[in-house]
Design a protein around this ligand. Structure first.
Ligand SMILES: C[S@@+](CC[C@H](N)C(=O)[O-])C[C@H]1O[C@@H](n2cnc3c(N)ncnc32)[C@H](O)[C@@H]1O
Ligand code: SF4
Length: 368
């Protein structure tokens, strides 16, 4: 099997403002021109390090089937970013396959028509919008830099240009109960703009989070998650991974690569890549173009594949496990946590919600 890299994640680490709940690697540029220049130098140097790692292991670049620019706030990279990346890829002889899924993350209030049309001319054909909520008050509590007007302006642009886009939404937000947040109403409104994919995350924070004491109860969050799942399924979306919903054929091909434990290269501070045939995971250091490398054992890789399969619509086959797993899955079926079809075990929405505790049950029963 030739060792080919046809999927690339690029991390753009800058944001206009740092949201108080966010744990991702990001920074606000102090001197934009200089900071972006340093970032470009970082990418050039990283690429050399990446080449020596991949060449040593016998990998070569194939036309990219997926390219994902995530952040941070990549839409802030602007025309300068598009020109840099276009030149960068050509210089490295990395082509985009004709059907490449090229995703750019876009934040409301952090884009212009000119910038987006430049990215589109380079091949960007999928956009992930960091909307989070359609409730003006929630956006304020979330400490987002964008306003509700920015959100609707963004949705209007994507609707009017009939673009292929996903929306990031967050559940379990502070003061949700007090304000009686209605996520289904928000989603219904978002749907009217033509989104064909939703990523729905439950807010996860540390105890020092500003609004920690105002977070809703577990029961509230559980209801939100199940309501969202039921609503989107009724509207023709597939709940194809714990946090992801797509109209048929609109799944994120890039993210499917992660969930199928395939080779995905990564560049950019704190980004993580994986070379499947070598079971080699690497993570970029944030401040210097160096990587930390981890070699998974066969056992670790197998566990990871199972974890990825169970958290997505791939599911797991009973026949791949000891007979006793059937007893456990029977119990799960009675609790409406899984379904079974010809030995294929798939989590239900309720099962997705309890993913971690189900994995613990699998571990403690020593099936993994
Ligand atoms: C890496 S962020 C990048 C997107 C963009 N910067 C934004 O915030 O809109 C991807 C998504 O992760 C989610 N996210 C960020 N911080 C989170 C947290 N603490 N808990 C749960 N989800 C979070 C948000 O929905 C966000 O859109
Ligand atoms: S915009 Fe996104 S990446 Fe940037 S600080 Fe806010 S949540 Fe984090």
């Amino acid at each position: 099997m030739p060792k080919r890299i046809d999927s690339l994640y690029l991390h753009f680490p800058f944001c206009a403002h740092l949201c108080n709940y966010c744990d991702f690697y990001k920074k606000v540029p102090q001197n934009k021109a200089q900071d972006y220049k340093n970032y470009h130098i970082y990418l050039e140097k990283s690429f050399e390090v990446h080449q020596s790692l991949t060449k040593k292991s016998g990998y070569s670049w194939a036309p990219l089937k997926t390219l994902y620019i995530g952040g941070g706030t990549p839409s802030l990279w602007g025309i300068e970013g598009k020109e840099f990346l276009d030149h960068f890829l050509k210089d490295k002889r990395i082509e985009l396959a004709p059907d490449c899924e090229f995703t750019l993350e876009v934040n409301p209030g952090a884009w212009t028509e000119d910038v987006l049309s430049q990215w589109r001319s380079m091949g960007a054909n999928r956009f992930s919008l960091g909307v989070q909520s359609l409730d003006a008050q929630m956006i304020k509590y979330l400490d987002r830099v964008h306003t509700i007007e920015d959100v609707f302006e963004t949705l209007d642009y994507f609707k009017n240009n009939r673009l292929n886009f996903s929306i990031d939404f967050m559940l379990g937000l502070p003061f949700s109960k007090e304000l009686n947040r209605n996520v289904v109403e928000e989603l219904e409104r978002a749907l009217s703009y033509g989104a064909n994919h939703f990523s729905v995350y439950i807010l996860t924070v540390k105890e020092n989070y500003t609004h920690y004491k105002s977070l809703p109860s577990e029961e509230w969050i559980e209801k939100e998650f199940l309501d969202v799942s039921a609503f989107l399924k009724e509207k023709g979306f597939e709940h194809y991974e714990v946090s992801n919903f797509a109209k048929p054929s609109k799944q994120s091909q890039h993210n499917l690569n992660y969930w199928k434990s395939k080779t995905v290269a990564a560049l950019g501070p704190s980004a993580t890549g994986f070379l499947k045939q070598d079971r080699l995971r690497y993570k970029w250091k944030p401040n210097s173009p160096e990587i930390d490398v981890e070699l998974l054992t066969e056992e670790e890789f197998k566990l990871e594949q199972i974890y990825m399969a169970i958290r997505s619509e791939q599911g797991i086959m009973l026949s791949d496990f000891p007979k006793e797993l059937e007893i456990l899955t029977e119990k799960w079926k009675k609790r409406d946590l899984v379904t079974e079809n010809n030995g294929l075990i798939l989590l239900t929405s309720k099962g997705y919600l309890l993913l971690d505790s189900l994995m613990n049950e699998l571990f403690s029963a020593k099936f993994l």
